[in-house]
Design a protein around this ligand. Sequence first.
Ligand SMILES: *[C@@H]1O[C@H](CO)[C@@H](O)[C@H](O)[C@H]1NC(C)=O
Ligand SMILES: *[C@@H]1O[C@H](CO)[C@@H](O)[C@H](O)[C@H]1NC(C)=O
Ligand SMILES: *[C@@H]1O[C@H](CO)[C@@H](O)[C@H](O)[C@H]1NC(C)=O
Ligand SMILES: *[C@@H]1O[C@H](CO)[C@@H](O)[C@H](O)[C@H]1NC(C)=O
Ligand SMILES: *[C@@H]1O[C@H](CO)[C@@H](O)[C@H](O)[C@H]1NC(C)=O
Ligand SMILES: *[C@@H]1O[C@H](CO)[C@@H](O)[C@H](O)[C@H]1NC(C)=O
Ligand SMILES: *[C@@H]1O[C@H](CO)[C@@H](O)[C@H](O)[C@H]1NC(C)=O
Ligand SMILES: *[C@@H]1O[C@H](CO)[C@@H](O)[C@H](O)[C@H]1NC(C)=O
Ligand SMILES: *[C@@H]1O[C@H](CO)[C@@H](O)[C@H](O)[C@H]1NC(C)=O
Ligand SMILES: *[C@@H]1O[C@H](CO)[C@@H](O)[C@H](O)[C@H]1NC(C)=O
Ligand SMILES: *[C@@H]1O[C@H](CO)[C@@H](O)[C@H](O)[C@H]1NC(C)=O
Ligand SMILES: *[C@@H]1O[C@H](CO)[C@@H](O)[C@H](O)[C@H]1NC(C)=O
Ligand SMILES: [Zn+2]
Length: 310
Amino acid sequence: MKSFVVSALVLCVLVTKAESASNAVAWCYHLPSCNFSTWSSIAAPFCNGTRQSPIDIVTANATFNANLTAFTFQNYNSTSALTKIENTGKTIKVGIASGVTVSGGGLSESYDSLQFHLHWGNGTAVPGSEHTVDGKQFPMELHIVNSKSSLNGNTTLAVGDPEGLAALGFLIEALPSNVTESPEAWKNLTSYLQNITQKGQSVTITDPISLDSLLDGVSLTNYYRYNGSLTTPACNEAVVWTVFNDTIKISEDLINRFSTIVRINGSSSPLMVNVFRGVQSPLPVQRSSSPARISCSLSLAALSLALWTS
Ligand SMILES: *[C@@H]1O[C@H](CO)[C@@H](O)[C@H](O)[C@H]1NC(C)=O
Ligand SMILES: *[C@@H]1O[C@H](CO)[C@@H](O)[C@H](O)[C@H]1NC(C)=O
Ligand SMILES: *[C@@H]1O[C@H](CO)[C@@H](O)[C@H](O)[C@H]1NC(C)=O
Ligand SMILES: *[C@@H]1O[C@H](CO)[C@@H](O)[C@H](O)[C@H]1NC(C)=O
Ligand SMILES: *[C@@H]1O[C@H](CO)[C@@H](O)[C@H](O)[C@H]1NC(C)=O
Ligand SMILES: *[C@@H]1O[C@H](CO)[C@@H](O)[C@H](O)[C@H]1NC(C)=O
Ligand SMILES: *[C@@H]1O[C@H](CO)[C@@H](O)[C@H](O)[C@H]1NC(C)=O
Ligand SMILES: *[C@@H]1O[C@H](CO)[C@@H](O)[C@H](O)[C@H]1NC(C)=O
Ligand SMILES: *[C@@H]1O[C@H](CO)[C@@H](O)[C@H](O)[C@H]1NC(C)=O
Ligand SMILES: *[C@@H]1O[C@H](CO)[C@@H](O)[C@H](O)[C@H]1NC(C)=O
Ligand SMILES: *[C@@H]1O[C@H](CO)[C@@H](O)[C@H](O)[C@H]1NC(C)=O
Ligand SMILES: *[C@@H]1O[C@H](CO)[C@@H](O)[C@H](O)[C@H]1NC(C)=O
Ligand SMILES: [Zn+2]
């Protein structure tokens, strides 16, 4: 118990430290002087690098890699894994308790899930995902940030390791417009936004929201993989990216909450909108399963079923 508390404290200190280090360069999303088109000059040497994220995923160019097997998610079904939700002034970030991990999926070792946060545009009308697929940008994107377990939460080491971080990216799409306040996990999560309208505010999550419930409906075996970077300064090239093929589907009213409730600073500052980096130069992308093989084995299964039942 004691060592748990100590390591939790150390983790908090480290995360805070890493954030103030990246806040050293005054970057932003909304001003011409510091928006993402300036980052390669104001936040060199990494934001001007050669494996920068996000990218457009050209599905026809993704090569099949049989090593990209299923992930093992530990405690993603826990209803007490989400700690607090915070307005950082740049995003909405949710802390994840220790003991939540991800492994498999072609990753070289186990990674600890530290936090997730979101990127969005301006409601359902203006898309704000970071990754795009065949040129299509989605309304929102969820990023689960994981750090190599062997680095024990030392974020300095993680951002200096070409595979120090593993990010899981989920594209978010709107449900038909006659559906509201759905799904329940996202209704619960977004209900906290009214309590963190200003930068620096945070509240403890008390609803029993599991990570699995937020990812409901997504096939976790069907994904794209590439080597990239953090999508905010300092843009360290330390991230193994996984972007899932399926989207999370959320009702429009909940998507619209993000762009209408939280602000980038105090109560009279602008609403937090268009919080994403635009796509960077193309990088080689692999995929976990060949659609051709899926449909082939499906039709084989259908055929054998037909023969068997006849
Ligand atoms: C960023 O600022 C530049 C001017 O520096 C402007 O041309 C561009 O449209 C802005 N981009 C975004 C996404 O706001
Ligand atoms: C990025 O900027 C740094 C510092 O200005 C420079 O040393 C480096 O060569 C640049 N990298 C690329 C890929 O242009
Ligand atoms: C995709 O592949 C085509 C043909 O091989 C190539 O011309 C194109 O540049 C590739 N696009 C990307 C984004 O990698
Ligand atoms: C798959 O993993 C094996 C064993 O680690 C390795 O030799 C092989 O190169 C990998 N294949 C691909 C396509 O990365
Ligand atoms: C989570 O899944 C594990 C493994 O399948 C299972 O043992 C555990 O009981 C589940 N926990 C909850 C809270 O559902
Ligand atoms: C966002 O959309 C609203 C209307 O839905 C509009 O009033 C506002 O100006 C937009 N904000 C930006 C920064 O484009
Ligand atoms: C992280 O690791 C580096 C290199 O081993 C070390 O210098 C630094 O003190 C570590 N940071 C913390 C807070 O443990
Ligand atoms: C929404 O509309 C679709 C078709 O227009 C209908 O099938 C569905 O039942 C409606 N859903 C709700 C929640 O009203
Ligand atoms: C949403 O919150 C309510 C109230 O705390 C709880 O009963 C319910 O289980 C939660 N559902 C999900 C999916 O988070
Ligand atoms: C969040 O705000 C609502 C309404 O403004 C309030 O009733 C509720 O107690 C607050 N919750 C927390 C956790 O601060
Ligand atoms: C990522 O980098 C590693 C190490 O260089 C390499 O083995 C792997 O094939 C790369 N993955 C992709 C998807 O390019
Ligand atoms: C990937 O997602 C697209 C769009 O959501 C869907 O149409 C397609 O069936 C999915 N591909 C596979 C192999 O599941
Ligand atoms: Zn992100």
